[in-house]
Design a protein. Sequence first.
Length: 69
Amino acid sequence: MKINKYVEDLRAKSAAELNDELVAAKKELFNLRFQNATNQLDNTSRIKDVRKNIARIQTIIAEKARVAE
């Protein structure tokens, strides 16, 4: 249910907004990996969540590109 709401919010965004969201998610993933390497990360499952969100964003970007053709 929470994931469906997140995907609906992503589908409502424009391509530029999705690209901004993708950049932000990749930065967050980098920071999480850095924290994990230095043993500062408490919730390691957050890395998995962010990776899945990146995949969702990329999927929606591809869908919008396919529709635009």
